[in-house]
Design a protein. Structure first.
Length: 277
């Protein structure tokens, strides 16, 4: 009789242990399922159909919530990433990000490339760069990398010449020839397109033009040529350096770099933005 009770008690304890272990395992599984998969992505401008498409795909297939955080200037996403307000940012060129990183001691790090958005020269007064008159007023973006890029664009349009030793980062002080005596006005990048009533020509970032309703491939009087030298101007997806290998962030990259997203970009920009993956 005693032996029978012992066997019964031993069996009961064994079953209880199995149930408890199962419960612990289920708890671990639930914990994994409830892991926070919200990714806050900083973008510049309102025209973000590509990321809205990715947002839907990530939610449906990976249960990742991609929160799109909109900024109106190019510098703030960099500081927001650094202070943890966002997890990733896009819409910025690598050369611009590297410049602000160096200036501020930040750790924004490229984890993928997205698009090349050619810079354009726009005008409401003329239809060809050959028609630029002497003394014409030119609007330039006022941040260092975009201003340098705009000056290089003006050189490509045969309007000025620059000191070759300055490479990708010339300033107006490095203009070695200005045969039309162009006059330069430096503005916030997002204000350049709005200056067209007041200046003769403006060098405008692609996404700024698109947000204002322009189609760069059709409306620019001169568009930046695409070449090997364009790579510093590739737009990036960036994370903090200590999170560059984050698996969820890599999943975001994988869902962006697809043929479907290429089609969205082409429709959204009328072929003005060029995927570079």
């Amino acid at each position: 009789m005693k032996k029978g009770w012992k066997k019964l008690i031993t069996g009961f304890l064994a079953i209880t242990a199995i149930i408890l272990l199962g419960a612990c395992g289920a708890g671990d599984s639930n914990a994994e399922d409830s892991e926070d998969k919200t990714v806050r992505l900083g973008v510049v401008g309102e025209n973000n159909e590509d990321w809205e498409y990715v947002q839907e795909e990530l939610k449906e297939k990976e249960n990742i919530d991609l929160e799109i955080v909109t900024f109106t200037d190019y510098r703030t996403p960099i500081t927001a990433l650094e202070d943890g307000s966002i997890d990733l940012h896009t819409s910025l060129t690598e050369i611009f990000m590297d410049e602000i990183n160096e200036e501020g001691g930040f750790s924004n790090t490229t984890i993928a490339y997205t698009n090349l958005n050619p810079l354009g020269i726009f005008s409401d007064k003329i239809e060809d760069v050959e028609d630029v008159e002497d003394g014409a007023e030119v609007a330039l973006p006022n941040d260092v990398s975009n201003e340098s890029r705009a000056l290089l664009l003006l050189q490509q349009a045969d309007l000025i010449e620059l000191d070759e030793d300055k490479g990708n980062m010339p300033t107006t002080n490095d203009i070695t020839a200005n045969p039309k005596n162009l006059q330069f006005e430096e503005l916030d990048a997002n204000q350049t397109i709005r200056s067209l009533d007041d200046v003769d020509i403006a060098c405008v970032n692609n996404n700024v033009a698109v947000d204002a309703g322009y189609i760069p491939t059709e409306d620019a009087i001169f568009l930046e040529p695409v070449a090997e030298s364009s790579k510093p101007y590739y737009n990036v997806i960036a994370a903090r350096e200590d999170e560059k290998d984050n698996e969820i962030y890599q999943t975001v990259v994988d869902y962006y770099q697809t043929d479907e997203v290429k089609e969205v970009i082409d429709d959204m920009t009328q072929g003005s933005s060029i995927p570079v993956w």
